[in-house]
Each structure stands twice: as C-alpha cells, then as structure tokens.
Design a protein around this ligand. Structure first.
Ligand code: F6P
Length: 330
C-alpha cells in the first residue's frame, strides 16, 4: 500500500511528531510506502510530493511546525468570479497519479470537512485532528493544545509580577478564534482573576466590578485573560474607563503556535499517528482518529464535518473557578 500524508490549516506543535508516528508505523510495522504531500491541499492539486523514508523521520518528535509545510488551500472553494471553483477532479487525478491507496489529512475543523468531502467522492481518507484551539468535534483533545496552554500560562505568570509591581490591570488575549479552551485552561493555570470566553459571553459592568472588588480587598492589580474572539483592545479600554485603573493589553499571538510540543502532545500525536496507520491497514477509511476517555479511537468523518467543539458552560474548571471567586464576566 502507498499512503499519502498532508498537513493543512494553521500549524501547531506536534504535527511532525504525528507525521513520524504515521510514517514510522507504516514503514516498519506494516511495510507500506509513504508519500509526503507539500503545503496541504495545494500540494495535492499540483502533485508536489516527496517519498518519506526512515532517514527523513529523524529529529521530528520535538520539532515545531511541519516539515511538509501547510496552507489554507481548500479544493472545494465555492464561487470564484461568479463561477464555481470545485477542483475535486484535479484532486482525484492527483491521488491516482501519485499511486495513493489512502490519504491522511492532518488538520483542524476546515481540514476534516474537506477530508469528509474527499471521502464522499470515493477516496480512501483518514483524518487526524490538530489545532491549538482544541475545538475539533469528536475528540477530547487535539495535540498542540496543551503546548499552547503551557506557553500562555508562562506568559500569564510573567504578567503577574509586573501587574502587581505597578498595580495595573493586565489584559491578555490568547488564541482561539471560535472557542475559549486556551483562555479557560491557561487562565485557570495562571491564576487569572477574570476569564472571558465566547461561550459564556460577558457583561462589562460585571468585569469592572470584579476588578474593583479586588481593589476593595487590598488587591490593587488584576489579570484578565480573554479568548481571541472577544476584542482585547475594547475590553481593556472599557476596564480603564470603568475602573479608572491603569490597564495594559498583551496580545500573545503566534508564539502560542510555534516551537516544540509538550511531552503530552508528543505522545498524543504519536498515538494518533499510529492508530491512523492501523485503520489504514484494516481498510477502515472515512474516519478521524480521536482521543476519548484517555484512549485512541476513531469516529466517522461524517459525524465530525461542519461541527465545532465549544467549551461547555458546566465545564469543571468553570464550576471550580466560580467557587474560588474567579469572574467569568457573566
Ligand atoms: O490555529 C488556530 C488559530 O491559531 C486561531 O486561534 C487563529 O485565529 C488562527 O489560527 C490564525 O491563524 P492564521 O493567521 O494562520 O490564519
């Protein structure tokens, strides 16, 4: 068997560990051939691909980014200049020309949606979820998430000391354009006083009051962690106006996505990569590998496509945070 592998969408720590997990298992355990496709679906459209051999797989476990490159190319773009731009025929042709028996698609929600469409067209597809945002449906975690949480937590720790020295309000925006997972996990781990996530919404008065309540308790500084979808600059301004406390904003940005994966993410990536290869060997296509109840499993792509995994309102960290007096702004 020959399997192709690509990474698509925003990068994250752990993609290379996954490529290694898939390819090493495929080459050494199952005796398959592996082809790496460059720059996501862009490379599949242009047949930009390279064979991956044992020697290409050294040094990948802790390497950030993706050796295959990535892009946000979607082969099913809807309308271009008033015309439909569906290039599924080019994709099917490339799949055949490259001699693939299966295509492994590493990516987030958008990628899994494309993977499902390709699967419906009759290609043998396996999806592997990845994103620092942790918002892929059907899996309890995506690799990259815990690495990003570590980076964001470290940033919050650092902001704490400068916030307390200057008696300031520090607003820190972390990534998560549709879901508040990083804000919740890093906010709780970093001891934030206010955590704002899109799933819960927020009331500016409530946020300002929580900060003023701290001042009344002789805690003249506060840490406010917010998810990217909410506007850090606006919130910061409204806090300063409403509390008259000096307020500063930090937008953490892409550092959260770069660099080495955490130990947990390396092992998660390795396990998911290995399981993907096992599904291929069993001929169980059209599925996304996933992490459920501390074990690897898989779920049909049809159940994943088009869905988003948001933070539930009754998440245990929210319940516990509220009990400890942390404000969630609502
Ligand atoms: O990887 C997910 C994510 O980090 C989002 O949180 C963020 O909005 C987005 O990617 C931005 O990435 P890009 O600028 O590469 O589109």
């Amino acid at each position: 068997m020959t399997i192709g592998i690509l990474s698509s969408g925003g990068d994250c720590p752990g993609i290379n560990a996954t490529i290694r997990g898939v390819a090493k298992t495929a080459l050494t355990h199952f005796g398959m051939k592996v082809i790496g496709i460059k720059s996501g679906f862009q490379g599949l459209l242009s047949q930009d691909a390279i064979p991956l051999n044992e020697n290409d797989l050294s040094g990948l476990l802790n390497l950030g980014g993706t050796i295959l490159g990535t892009s946000r190319e979607k082969p099913f773009k809807k309308i271009l200049d008033g015309k439909s731009d569906d290039r599924s025929d080019v994709i099917i042709n490339s799949y055949k020309q490259l001699g693939l028996d299966c295509l492994v698609c590493i990516g987030g929600n958008g990628t899994q949606k494309t993977a499902h469409k390709l699967s419906k067209l009759g290609l043998n597809i396996i999806g592997i979820p990845k994103t620092i945002d942790n918002d892929v449906w059907g899996t309890d975690a995506t690799f990259g998430f815990y690495s990003a949480v570590d980076i964001a937590t470290d940033a919050i720790d650092r902001l704490h000391s400068t916030a307390s020295s200057h008696k300031r309000v520090m607003v820190i925006e972390v990534m998560g354009h549709k879901a508040g997972w990083i804000a919740l996990y890093a906010g709780m781990a970093g001891g934030a006083d206010v955590i704002l996530i899109p799933e819960l919404g927020y009331n500016q008065q409530t946020v300002n009051q929580a900060i003023l309540d701290r001042v009344a308790k002789d805690k003249p500084y506060s840490i406010v962690v917010i998810a990217e979808q909410l506007n850090a600059t606006e919130i910061s301004k409204a806090i300063e106006e409403g509390t008259k406390l000096e307020t500063r904003t930090t937008v953490l940005g892409y550092v959260q996505r770069g660099g080495s994966p955490s130990a947990f993410d390396r092992n998660l990536a390795t396990l998911l990569g290995g399981h993907a290869t096992e599904l291929i060997a069993q001929g169980r296509f059209g599925r996304m590998v996933s992490w459920k109840n501390n074990a690897v499993t898989s779920i049909p792509l049809s159940e994943v496509a088009g869905k988003l995994r948001a933070v539930p309102e009754d998440h245990n960290l929210i319940i516990q945070g509220r009990r400890m007096g942390i404000s969630f702004g609502a």
